[in-house]
Design a protein around this ligand. Structure first.
Ligand code: ZN
Length: 451
């Protein structure tokens, strides 16, 4: 089984009544979720349902719970097989403690048929997680408020400074995805809203304008900024690292992502990439609260005590139960430790990969990969440049420089007035020799200009 994503929502400092009400609303949301899935009796401890999810014929659900002095633990697991021999497992655990409510949710996948193939998945935020997020405005993760699933718009110098403080906030426990603008719009329409939904519960999403981009460049340096349609993911600051260290981040420039978008599906691919990236890290770093085990263990011991009081305390059965409980606790503890170790190893690999990518970016080992096409330089005579349209305006096309799409099906473009105006606007020059249009690229025109 492979965990694809993990979510932790906490709300603390609650009165008994608030804990009670919150727990009731979570229960209700889980029941509604099961009913929507097609389960006829959601209150049962387990059951089957005919899933409404396409290609997923028969699902199952299971409930578990345990109560101890510390509080109550309840868990609902949904198993949904797909037609491709896999099974998605969504688990929602929630805890009602003295003065807080905690939700721990995971999305996992498992191969159920024996096939020798990599598990390919395109994980999405489970609908139930979005629903639970909406139940309280004060969900936290490690003392840091979880942003709701709408983007923040930070414009102007003030917005830029606010974002800079957010990026550098040492108490921040979640990444921030920043979407910058090219001519007052992101490279894809509605991108910030879609990302905020995709990354609900795992990252904040911010859209900034050009002025805010300039502030970021001034404050964090060009190599840590985000501008001209780029998208940058700022990971939380690692604790006990030098304050002056630049923020850990990953960037996708407009040129990079649009150069790969020859079929108009670039935004879908980019969203899937970002989801995999953020969810993958969450699956390694968001651990289940240890109180879950404590409650389970305590509950088992209480049951044993009851048995001992009822029956002959020295009977062999009781002795056996005692041994089993002890062994079970030990096994669970070592399983938890093994899982943590797997996560540590996997995140080491992740970190190494990240470091390697940064190294490649900085050394420019492969010039063609790292050439920054968003850099504004005047074209020289004889140079060939490629442009992609991101959208229309009444007077001109908004263009971004990209790499050659590789189609080799260039056609003369005599009537491309808006594209020509767009190139002139972008480059500040119009002394080209030839202007061509690609007849194969879809989803926004691609132009080849020989200067
Ligand atoms: Zn093309």
């Amino acid at each position: 089984m492979q965990i694809l994503s993990a979510y932790l929502l906490e709300s603390t400092g609650l009165s008994k009544e608030e804990v009670f009400n919150s727990a009731a609303s979570i229960e209700k949301a889980l029941d509604e979720w099961l009913i929507e899935k097609g389960a006829p009796n959601p209150a049962a401890s387990s059951g089957n349902f005919i899933s409404k999810t396409r290609g997923s014929p028969a699902g199952q659900f299971q409930r578990r719970d345990a109560t101890s002095e510390a509080g109550t633990f309840r868990e609902l697991t949904l198993l949904e097989p797909t037609t491709s021999g896999q099974q998605f497992i969504t688990t929602i655990a929630f805890l009602n403690l003295t003065d807080k409510v905690v939700v721990y949710a995971t999305l996992a996948v498992q191969n159920i048929a024996t096939i020798v193939a990599p598990v390919f998945t395109d994980p999405r935020c489970p609908f139930i997680v979005k629903k639970l997020l909406g139940l309280r405005p004060d969900w936290h993760i490690g003392n840091f408020p979880i942003p709701n699933s709408t983007p923040q718009i930070l414009y102007g110098a003030e917005g830029g400074h606010q974002l800079k403080s957010m990026i550098q906030d040492s108490s921040r426990t979640l990444p921030i995805a920043v979407v910058s603008e090219v001519e007052q719009e992101p490279i894809w329409e509605d991108l910030e809203n879609l990302l905020a939904t995709d990354l609900a519960g795992l990252a904040g999403v911010v859209r900034i304008d050009e002025e805010a981009s300039w502030v970021l460049t001034d404050e964090l340096g060009k190599s840590n900024s985000c501008y001209l349609g780029a998208i940058r993911l700022y990971w939380p600051r690692e604790k006990d690292l030098d304050e002056s260290l630049s923020p850990k981040s990953s960037v996708w420039t407009a040129s990079q992502v649009l150069s790969q978008d020859t079929d108009g599906k670039g935004m879908q691919r980019f969203r899937a990439l970002l989801r995999r990236s953020v969810m993958g890290v969450a699956s390694l770093t968001v651990e289940p609260p240890s109180i879950i085990r404590e409650i389970q263990n305590q509950a088992a011991r209480t049951r044993l005590l009851e048995l001992e009081q009822r029956a002959n305390a020295n009977s062999e059965e009781i002795e056996l139960a005692r041994l089993f409980i002890q062994e079970n606790e030990e096994l669970k503890a070592s399983l938890d430790e093994a899982n943590r170790e797997i996560a540590r190893q996997a995140s080491k690999a992740e970190a190494a990969e990240y470091a390697l990518n940064r190294l490649k970016e900085n050394s420019g080992a492969d010039g063609s990969e790292t050439e920054d096409l968003s850099e504004r330089t005047t074209p020289t005579e004889g140079e060939t440049r490629y442009y992609k349209k991101t959208r229309n305006t009444p007077s001109h096309d908004v263009l971004v420089r990209i790499k050659d799409c590789g189609h080799n099906s260039w056609q003369g473009a005599n009537n491309a007035d808006k594209a020509k105006k767009g190139v002139e606007r972008l480059e500040g020059a119009s002394a080209w020799n030839n202007f061509y249009h690609c007849s194969k690229c879809t989803g926004g025109g691609v132009w080849k200009v020989i200067w």
